[in-house]
Each structure stands twice: as C-alpha cells, then as structure tokens.
Design a protein around this ligand. Structure first.
Ligand code: FES
Ligand code: FES
Length: 167
C-alpha cells in the first residue's frame, strides 16, 4: 500500500503513552488508530501498516504486555498504556535471541512481516517454551508473509525456543 503522509498535529486532545520505556504526550484526533500514531506522529516506522483490517499482523506491538494488532486499536483507547514496538524489542543494544534466531535461520526476506513474527514468537515462547510445529504455525498464523513460505520462519522459532531453553 502507498505510505500515507505524516499526520499534522491536531489541536486539543492529547494522550500519554509510555513507548519503549519513554513517556510521550501525543496530540491525537479521536479517530486516530494506534498504528498511525506510532508510525506517523511518532515516526517509529518499524511498526508496519499493511492491511488496516487485522489480517496481516505487520502492525503488531505489545500493549501492557499483550500483543495486539495496532490497526485495530484506537489511539485514544491506549491512553496511559505501556507499549513496546519493534524498536524496543531488543534490550541493551543486543539483539534478542529471537531476533538472532530469525537472522541465523533466514526466517525473513524483505522483513515487512518481521516485527509481527517476532512479537508472535515471543508471545508463544512465553507460554510454551518447547512448542511443536503445529503450535508454531498456529502462533504465526496471524502474520502474513509473502516471501518465506514460513519454512524458515518455523525453523527460526524452533531455534529461538532452543536458545531460550539453554539461557
Ligand atoms: S495493518 Fe494491522 S493487521 Fe494488517
Ligand atoms: S519476509 Fe517479506 S513478507 Fe515476510
């Protein structure tokens, strides 16, 4: 889809979001979607926007610890929330083991789906440290990848699980 122009700051209403540990006060309109506020008002373009209807998963972020498709969330409804975007996925400037596994196993190509795949993987492994293929494919099923055919992504999730179990 064609990228939209940056949003002009609207007058009036503002929300507060803690994004990747930093509190931001952000002017919004009532109709603004969280994905647009992240991408276009905050210029954090690691969160991608694909379908705007909850199908592709490219807009996935964590809100108060739960993964959500940010195109389905009104920014006003996230007022006061703690949000992690892909820019905050790694800690202390080191890649997260899940990111390392996707890199090592060629779990992505263009990378458009990658933020969502990484968040979905972390969510899965937090619940199930040793998932079988069915569980992995189920966890990734909300993230559409046009490049990999999922074979390498599944391998990457297995590798990430193994890394986390050894840590
Ligand atoms: S842009 Fe949100 S699921 Fe596709
Ligand atoms: S790596 Fe290109 S869409 Fe998944």
């Amino acid at each position: 889809m064609t990228e939209r122009e940056p949003l002009e700051p609207p007058p009036g209403r503002a929300i507060s979001l803690r994004v990747n540990g930093i509190v931001h006060t952000i002017p919004i309109e009532d109709r603004d979607l969280l994905v647009d506020v992240i991408r276009r008002r905050m210029a954090m373009t690691g969160t991608h926007a694909g379908c705007y209807n909850g199908d592709c998963g490219a807009c996935t972020v964590a809100v108060n610890g739960a993964i959500v498709k940010s195109c389905l969330v009104l920014a006003a409804g996230a007022d006061g929330a703690e949000i992690t975007t892909i820019e905050g996925f790694a800690r202390d400037a080191e890649l997260d083991p899940i990111q390392e596994a996707f890199w090592a196993e060629d779990g992505f190509q263009c990378g458009f789906c990658l933020p969502g795949q990484l968040f979905a993987t972390r969510d899965l492994l937090d619940r199930d440290p040793d998932p079988d293929e069915r569980a992995i494919r189920g966890a990734l099923s909300g993230n559409i990848c046009r490049c990999t055919g999922y074979v390498t992504a599944v391998r990457a999730v297995r590798a990430a699980a193994s890394k986390r179990r050894r840590a």
